[in-house]
Ligand binder design. Structure first.
Ligand SMILES: *Cc1c(COP(=O)(O)O)cnc(C)c1O
Length: 226
C-alpha cells in the first residue's frame, strides 16, 4: 500500500511542476480496485475518484466520506440512471440527448454533469463528436436540473511513441482544449464549464500542457487492474 502513496506523490509533483498555479486536480480512477487500495489513495490525500460501473461502484462505495467526490466516467445506460444519481456526486459521460432527458427527469435538485467528447472521432469510443458539442450546450437549458461543469475528453491511445503519433494526440488535446475555452467563454448560466477532464496514465503530462483541469489516473496510481 505504501507504493500507492509513493506513486501519488510522484504524480502530484509532476502536476505541480507543470502547473504551479494549482489549477489542476488529480482524479484517482479506482475501477477494478479493492476498497483497501482506494483507502490508501484517500489516506495519501486524494479526494476525487472516478469509476465506470454503477453496480460495482454501489457495492464498493457503501459509504463515501463527505469530503470525497466520486464521479461516473463510464458509459451510462438509461436504466442505471436512478442508481447512478444515488452513488455518484457527478456524471461526466453525457453523450446523448436521451441520457440527458432521463437524467433530468429523475433528479429533484441541481446535479453536476460533464459532456463526454470523442476527441479522435473513433468508432470504438463513446462520446459526442466535437462538431456537435457547442450546439448541444447552447440548447442545454432545456434540462433545468443539469449543471454542465465541464468536458471530459476521450483521446486515442498512442499506438506507438513515434513523433507522428505523439503529435497527432497532442494536437487533438489542443483542439479539445480550444473547444472547451470557446464554449466556456459563452458564459451560459447552465454551463459554467470550469473543468476540462483530460489525460490518463500514459498521456497526462501532455494533457496538463494543453490545459486540463482534471487528469484521470488509474494504473499509474494503483498498478495493473485486477
Ligand atoms: C480507466 C479509465 C481511465 C484511467 O486509465 P489508466 O490508463 O488506468 O490511467 C481514465 N478515464 C477513463 C474514462 C477510464 O475508463
Amino acid at each position: 500500500m505504501s507504493e500507492i502513496k509513493e506513486r501519488i506523490d510522484r504524480i502530484l509533483e509532476r502536476i505541480e511542476s507543470l502547473r504551479p498555479q494549482h489549477d489542476c486536480r488529480l482524479m484517482a480512477v479506482s475501477k477494478g480496485q479493492s476498497w483497501e487500495r482506494i483507502q490508501a489513495a484517500m489516506d495519501a490525500g486524494v479526494s476525487l475518484f472516478g469509476e465506470n460501473r454503477v453496480q460495482e461502484c454501489g457495492q464498493k462505495w457503501l459509504v463515501r466520506p463527505h469530503q470525497v467526490e466520486l464521479r461516473m466516467i463510464g458509459r451510462l445506460q438509461r436504466n442505471k440512471v436512478k442508481s447512478a444519481i444515488q452513488v455518484f456526486s457527478g456524471i461526466d459521460t453525457i453523450d446523448r440527448e436521451t441520457l440527458a432527458d432521463t437524467l433530468d427527469r429523475q433528479l429533484a435538485d441541481q446535479f453536476s454533469v460533464m459532456i463526454e467528447v470523442n476527441a479522435g472521432e473513433e468508432n470504438t469510443k463513446t462520446g459526442m463528436l466535437p462538431a456537435v458539442v457547442r450546439e448541444f450546450l447552447e440548447t442545454a437549458e432545456r434540462w433545468p436540473r443539469l449543471r454542465f461543469d465541464g468536458i471530459l475528453a476521450m483521446l486515442p491511445e498512442a499506438r506507438d511513441l513515434s513523433l507522428a503519433e505523439t503529435k497527432r494526440i497532442r494536437r487533438l488535446m489542443q483542439e479539445t482544449a480550444e473547444l472547451w475555452r470557446i464554449c466556456k467563454s459563452e458564459g451560459w448560466p447552465w454551463a459554467p464549464l470550469d473543468e476540462l477532464s483530460m489525460g490518463m496514465t500514459s498521456d497526462f503530462e501532455w494533457a496538463l500542457e494543453a490545459g486540463a483541469t482534471i487528469v484521470r489516473i488509474g494504473q499509474g496510481i494503483f498498478g495493473p487492474r485486477q
